[in-house]
Design a binder for this molecule. Structure first.
Ligand code: URA
Length: 213
């Protein structure tokens, strides 16, 4: 794993910008929100996988033998931070259909304010896989930091953190704890409000995905 680099990639792309605006709009329906998060995730995944290593393999086209590129490391793990991470998962699985999937469930105890893990399941061979941690909103960064800390214990070959919207505060907090983990996001928004929501943001991603607002 690379060290101490604090990489943040805000993917600037007209399609991402447009789709994100639709996601932010409070009048966007649940069905549209779901398909947009999937579409934006596909585009983020395209960027997140840009540095995958290639080997050459000899194949036969209908016309001749040819050496062509194939992925060297096909072993990926997508780690969804429950529950909103599942919204990104749908798009990423479409892009990487052979990826294995892990889930981590975390909540903030209202009294102690500490992060409690209530569910954890990683692929068995996670230590041979490159991992992408999926959570649409990097807000305070508490759950992202905890999820990555837990994942580091099982030693995947690399870790990236993928989110749709990040706050400057969340990025700073995350990289104070995990400077070696790159963040890939569709947008770095202005700020967090006093309740820990991102502004302008898109509201509660889980509620908007699952219709629980
Ligand atoms: N979680 C969300 O879903 N939205 C925010 O703005 C912050 C945290």
């Amino acid at each position: 794993m690379s060290n101490q680099q604090k990489i943040v990639k805000e993917i600037k792309h007209p399609l991402i910008a447009h789709k994100l605006t639709l996601m932010r709009d409070k009048n966007t329906s649940i069905a549209k929100f779901r398909s947009l998060i999937k579409e934006v995730s596909l585009l983020l995944g395209y960027e997140a996988t840009r540095k995958m290593q290639l080997d050459e393999k000899e194949i036969e086209t209908p016309l001749e033998k040819a050496k062509m590129p194939v992925l060297r490391q096909k072993k990926s793990a997508l780690i969804s931070v429950l529950r909103a991470g599942n919204g990104i998962l749908d798009g990423m699985i479409e892009l990487m259909p052979t990826a294995h999937v892990g889930h981590i469930g975390l909540y903030r105890d209202p009294n102690s304010h500490s992060i409690i893990e209530y569910y954890l399941k990683f692929p068995k061979d996670i230590n041979q896989r490159s991992a992408m941690v999926l959570d649409p909103m990097l807000a305070t960064g508490y759950s992202a930091v905890t999820a990555v800390k837990r994942l580091k214990q099982v030693k995947p070959t690399s870790i990236e953190f993928i989110c749709i919207v990040a706050s400057p505060e969340g990025i700073q907090f995350f990289h104070e704890h995990h400077p070696d983990v790159p963040i890939i996001t569709a947008s770095i928004d202005r700020e967090l409000n006093s309740k820990g929501y991102i502004l302008p943001g898109l509201g509660d991603a889980g509620d908007r995905l699952f219709g629980t607002q």
